[in-house]
Design a protein around this ligand. Structure first.
Ligand SMILES: NC(=O)CCC(=O)C(=O)O
Length: 263
């Protein structure tokens, strides 16, 4: 079985939610022409890292985003791994990811677990405490957000129940893009899973340059798609899901684990 995935690499306008919703809608409308099975968005695409303005711009209970993404998923009959958005829930702010299936049903809600101090995320955002596993078109998958990829034990835990695709949404600066690539290839190889990672482009509030470099990687670590740096659009890749069982059968890293020794 081949799964067609469209990576939406896009600029994010600082604190301008309406402009960003319009941009996502336009890019999804363009991407569906290629008839993808899954669409993937970057991190914090509703307002960027507008951390000091969260009281004005965070999406209350994610209501606007959920309604928006559910509507697009249903309208185009496509699964959407909705990157993440800044949300306000109770008295706290979160970096929240929503996943919708083709019927527009919410499959997962995940609050980023590892907060990135270098971009002051930990001062403003509350860390999540739950996993992000979901099933799309009968394929078990998991999702993480940006800095989460530096914690291989987190991805291992998420993928240890048979996950076949790891989705990553990010705002990862160009200056560390080589680390991004190496870590994503490592997460693919060690979990024998496809990795689909979408990074934003454009400039951040503290002078960061985000170049994109979104990637789709196969379970052997080969790069299937590298989106050109600084290019905006939907970029589509085919994942041959059939290749996975053979790879997992030949080198059974999950069943060869010695978890009794790992303390
Ligand atoms: N938004 C993020 O979590 C950025 C993580 C990052 O840049 C890193 O180097 O890690």
């Amino acid at each position: 079985m081949v799964l067609k995935v469209s990576l939406i690499q896009m600029n994010v306008e600082y604190a301008r939610a309406n402009a960003n919703y319009e941009r996502v809608q336009r890019l999804i409308e363009e991407a569906v022409v290629e008839n993808p099975d899954v669409i993937v968005l970057p991190e914090m695409w509703n307002v960027g890292y507008a951390l000091e303005k969260l009281n004005e711009v965070a999406d209350k209970d994610g209501r606007t985003t959920k309604c928006f993404l559910a509507g697009l998923a249903q309208r185009f009959h496509v699964n959407i791994v909705g990157g993440s958005v800044a949300t306000a829930k109770g008295n706290a702010y979160y970096n929240t990811s929503y996943v919708f299936n083709r019927e527009g049903e919410l499959c997962s809600e995940y609050d980023k677990v590892h907060l990135f101090g270098l971009m002051h995320e930990d001062k403003w955002i509350t860390a999540g405490k739950k996993m992000n596993r979901f099933v799309l078109d009968d394929i078990p998958a998991a999702g993480v957000i940006c800095y989460d990829i530096r914690f291989p034990e987190w991805e291992r835990t998420l993928m240890s129940k048979g996950g076949k695709i790891l989705f990553v949404s990010a705002q990862w600066p160009k200056e560390r893009i080589e680390q991004w690539k190496i870590m994503l290839q490592s997460r693919a190889i060690e979990n024998q899973a496809f990795v689909v990672a979408v990074n934003r482009i454009g400039e951040g509030p503290n002078g960061e340059h985000f170049s994109g470099h979104s990637l789709a990687i196969d379970p052997l670590g080969n790069i299937l798609l590298r989106v050109p740096d600084d290019k905006e659009g939907g970029f589509t890749v085919n994942l041959n899901m059939g290749s996975l069982e053979k790879i997992r059968g030949e080198i059974p890293v999950f069943s060869d684990r010695r978890t009794e020794l790992y303390h």
